[in-house]
Design a protein around this ligand. Structure first.
Ligand SMILES: Cc1cc2nc3c(=O)[nH]c(=O)nc-3n(C[C@H](O)[C@H](O)[C@H](O)COP(=O)(O)OP(=O)(O)OC[C@H]3O[C@@H](n4cnc5c(N)ncnc54)[C@H](O)[C@@H]3O)c2cc1C
Length: 507
């Protein structure tokens, strides 16, 4: 008889877990509190514009391709993917701006203009980063990280040394480069990981490899095409998807999750994959005696930043911007300190402006621009309308100065989004946007565990557990949790290898 499994949450982690479980023959029901799946990657349409609400950088394209290949599909069955070139624009404090080319040789020439020998150094830096990428993405992210002993095999330990877990990104980069603009450019991908370069293990130069060698891509129609594709796949694999279905309680008896409360029903399952916010599941759905972590534990976690976001519809085209634009035109150290060291609303923040209408005519009316602005801010803050307006005015003025275009009078649609919205929409702990910061003390088995040892058949997935935040890691998280569950239910032996691992071992 097929096992009945509930998946809580329809973000990337919940969707990937549901696909994997259904493909193994389980009867899977996915419960999502919102009206659509996608979680942080939902979209909304207003005034002729379609806005991606969260992620906008499509990195590590092979993770998506391999996900669909597990079920004999391709990304191209669902969406058209294009590589952006230039990858993105960076605007520096002195007003200089550069378009980062997709081509490595062109990038090396650009760096050479700032620092003699930097091109060769980039080759050396990327060679190390590739090793880390291959080991990290091929081996480490596929471990459920339930115990340190998973990392005790000789091969893994030897590889672990190459990962440079103990050094940090700040000093690692300075082994290769000294020009401040090169350092800023190469420190940028680390900002995705939610910690300062000085607190981020040097392991994460693998993100530079992803950025420079694997490229920045865009699915036509928007990032929302990814969860739409995963939802379509899940349904095709037999998953029942119930939106508008908030799970209110997990009932536990004799160390087993027996049933869940959802929309005034009590439904029984053999196992549960909890792919919503970990803290919310623990503190709101489980009785205290069944929780894995105390409130003290959560209070001591270092969260990745939250974000203050604006979705803007502009009724004219704006020259001088690319699809991705990083406004590094203020002091990074000051902004970072106001996020991590002394959390407060930033005095002079850096920001990111995404203009998908530069690539995709479908996301804005003809002759218009769709702009998404994101300011990273400390988690756990509150905002007023006045405060949100203050930061919007600052960003618009900087955009106007940089592009020489008048923008403010052309805003025909405007919506802001911050901590309170993350909490309301996703039950996000402290209103976080990207989960936990990837510091060394919160890496692998030091992250909130995938398994609750007080409840045998309850598994966690998503950006607050392993391997961590970001779209590719969340997809992987769902796959790993699903395989752990399948193994423990004796449905099948755990498969921790990726397709690329198989390919690698055959090579
Ligand atoms: C603004 C922003 C920008 C980002 N940019 C990028 C980027 O460019 N590239 C990148 O790779 N990553 C990016 N990320 C990170 C990435 O989007 C996330 O790490 C990823 O989407 C997390 O997926 P998830 O499935 O773990 O969680 P979520 O997306 O939060 O999904 C969890 C789902 O569970 C549901 N849920 C929670 N509790 C319950 C309940 N009790 N009952 C029913 N449903 C419940 C929630 O409604 C939600 O839909 C960004 C994130 C944000 C917020």
């Amino acid at each position: 008889m097929s096992r009945k499994i509930a998946v809580i949450g329809g973000g990337f982690a919940g969707l990937s877990a549901a696909c994997e479980l259904a493909n193994a023959g389980c009867a899977v029901t996915l419960f999502e509190k919102n009206e659509t799946t996608g979680g942080r990657a939902r979209s909304f349409a207003q005034a002729g514009f379609t806005f991606d609400m969260g992620p906008s950088w499509y990195w590590m394209p092979e993770v998506f391709q391999e996900f669909f290949e597990r079920y004999n599909r391709q990304t191209s069955d669902f969406y058209d993917l294009i590589r952006l070139d230039p990858s993105y624009k960076v605007i520096f404090e002195d007003g200089e701006e550069i378009n980062v080319p997709a081509n490595l040789e062109e990038l090396k020439s650009l760096l050479e203009q700032w620092e003699s020998g930097a091109g060769k150094q980039l080759d050396a830096f990327l060679a190390e980063a590739k090793v880390k990428y291959d080991i990290g993405m091929g081996e480490f992210v596929w471990k459920p990280s339930l115990s340190i002993t998973e990392f005790f095999q000789l091969k893994v330990l030897t590889q672990g040394i190459k990962l440079q877990l103990l050094g940090n990104m700040k000093s690692h980069l300075r082994r290769f480069f000294s020009h401040p603009k090169i350092l800023k450019l190469l420190e940028f991908p680390v900002l995705f990981l939610g910690a300062k370069p000085s607190d981020t293990p040097a392991l994460y130069s693998l993100m530079n490899y992803a950025d420079i060698q694997l490229g920045t891509w865009y699915p036509m129609g928007g990032m929302t095409k990814i969860p739409e594709a995963m939802t379509e796949l899940a349904v095709a694999l037999g998953v029942t998807i119930r939106c508008g279905a908030e799970v209110k309680k997990i009932n536990v008896q004799n160390k087993r999750a027996q049933s869940i409360h959802v929309n005034n029903e009590v439904l029984e399952f053999d196992a549960i994959i909890a792919a919503g916010d970990y803290h919310h599941i623990e503190t709101k759905l489980l009785d205290e005696s069944h929780r894995k972590y105390s409130s003290n534990y959560w209070d001591n976690r270092t969260m990745a930043p939250s974000s203050l976001i604006y979705y803007l519809g502009i009724n004219k085209k704006i020259a001088g911007l690319l699809h991705h634009n990083l406004f590094f035109d203020r002091d990074f150290e000051v902004h970072a300190s106001e996020i991590y060291d002394e959390p407060k609303w930033p005095s002079a923040p850096l920001f990111y402006a995404c203009v998908p209408s530069k690539t995709d005519l479908e996301v804005a009316p003809e002759g218009s621009e769709n702009i998404f602005i994101l300011i990273p801010v400390a988690p756990g803050m509150e905002s007023t309308e006045e405060l949100r307006e203050h930061y919007l005015k600052d960003c618009i003025e900087r955009l106007e100065r940089k592009t020489g275009e008048s923008i403010a009078p052309h805003i025909v649609y405007k919506r802001s989004y911050a901590h309170e919205d993350f909490q309301r929409d996703y039950f996000s702990f402290k209103g976080n946007a990207y989960g936990l910061a990837n510091t060394l003390r919160q890496t692998a088995f030091l992250k909130p565990r995938m398994k609750n040892n007080k409840v045998d058949n309850l598994y966690y997935a998503g950006q607050l557990t392993v391997p961590g935040p970001g779209v590719p890691p969340s997809i992987i998280s769902g796959l790993v949790a699903a395989n752990l569950c399948l193994k423990e239910l004796n449905v099948r032996k755990m498969a921790i290898t990726t397709l690329s691992n198989d390919k690698r071992s055959r090579a």
